[in-house]
Ligand binder design. Structure first.
Ligand code: UD1
Length: 342
């Protein structure tokens, strides 16, 4: 489907959604945004238009589980494709609130699929997650490695992939790309868009940024007794603008073949928590205070992508280095000390 198209983006005001909207607008696509702002803010939509230099075609405040509201979105436009980000994503919260996670993540996806089918829209890029691999026994991970989700969040993503497989088997007109991203971090280089967690951040990079800014006293490193080179958890951090670009390129490849395909989005490079702390200290010019505490339940030692499949399929690789992820996250923190509130 190369060339400009009309794309529905769900969860468009969120961290990855907002950066992807900018990428799409900058490349000539018409973008329709949907978000219920349950974990995001309308200010993100203002920032998308500012950074991209032009507004989206339409913006809807709607919940995917509201069938009537979703129907109105589909009736108002002729979509060439859908990019589905809208979901809950905090691992710890998913353990405490499994019903809410299955409802929003799996129920939201089936509601969207129903609307797509009923309105003749058959191209979908789905936001999946490396957490599906769970407690992996090897790195790097390829798409054919077994799924071993270790928490409800990861299980919702795995279940959605199964739903999508079944839909594609039964309805051959569907083309679906599920992108399993590793750990998206960083921010737009303008400093206008970034990750805005509500309350105390769950994820390590926004947490370190708030420690560096003096909003939190120190980082708690969850365990230094993992079987990794320095004992701390190793992840494949990928710049959010590479993830955004990956979605834009995915649109060009939805028609390569019918049915369901699964691809990793990662760099293939692992970084430990200690290495991340050192990189951030170098960027902000002061040491990041930290203490070692117990492992976090549900955490795994190491998750690193084998990014070969996407490189072979599209000739595309995530190129931004760790230094630019850290520099951009720090710039966003400095320019937006209270997130989008200021
Ligand atoms: C998890 C999911 C991932 C999802 C992401 C979104 C798993 C295995 N991964 O990523 O798929 O996209 O959430 O929320 O379920 N750490 C600390 N101190 C902190 C926070 C984190 O030491 O305060 C460590 C963790 O132990 C881990 C690393 O930093 O080793 C990254 O943690 P985090 O940023 O929370 O991401 P994941 O748990 O890898």
């Amino acid at each position: 489907m190369p060339g400009p198209s009309t794309v529905l983006v769900t969860g468009a005001a969120g961290f990855i959604g907002s950066h992807t909207c900018v990428e799409l607008l900058e490349h000539g696509h018409e973008v329709v945004l949907v978000d219920n702002y349950s974990n995001s803010s309308p200010e993100a939509v203002e920032r998308i238009a500012k950074v991209a230099g032009r507004p989206p075609a339409a913006v809807y405040e709607a919940d995917l589980l509201d069938r009537r509201a979703l129907g109105e979105v589909f009736e108002g436009h002729s979509f060439d494709a859908v990019i589905h980000f809208a979901a809950k994503k905090a691992v710890g919260e998913s353990v405490a609130l499994p019903v809410e996670y299955y409802d929003t993540n799996v129920g939201g996806t089936t509601a969207l699929l129903r609307a797509m089918r009923d309105h003749g829209v058959h191209r979908l890029v789905f936001s999946s997650s490396c957490s599906i691999y769970g407690d992996a026994t090897k790195v790097p991970l390829t798409e054919s490695d077994p799924a071993r989700p270790t928490n409800p969040y990861a299980t919702t993503k795995w279940l959605c992939e199964q739903v999508l497989h079944d839909v594609c088997r039964r309805l051959p007109e569907f083309s679906v790309l599920a992108l399993r991203y590793f750990n998206p971090v960083g921010a737009h280089s303008s400093g206008l868009l970034g990750e805005v967690p509500r309350g105390v951040p769950d994820n390590v990079l926004p947490y370190i940024a708030q420690v560096a800014a003096g909003r939190l006293d120190r980082l708690r490193i969850f365990g230094d007794d993992y079987p990794t080179p320095d004992g701390t958890g190793v992840r494949d951090y990928i710049h959010v603008m590479d993830v955004a670009q990956g979605h834009r390129v995915a649109l060009d490849h939805l028609d390569d073949e019918r049915g369901m395909r699964v691809l990793n989005l990662g760099t293939g490079r692992g970084t430990s928590v200690r290495q991340l702390v050192t990189a951030f200290s170098d960027t902000c010019g002061t040491p990041i205070p930290f203490e070692i505490v117990a492992r976090r339940p549900g955490d795994v030692a190491e998750l690193v992508a084998d990014p070969t499949a996407v490189a072979q399929a599209w000739g595309w690789t995530a190129e931004r280095e760790l230094t630019s992820m850290v520099d951009d996250a720090w710039r966003f923190q400095l320019l937006n000390p209270s997130g989008y509130a200021n």
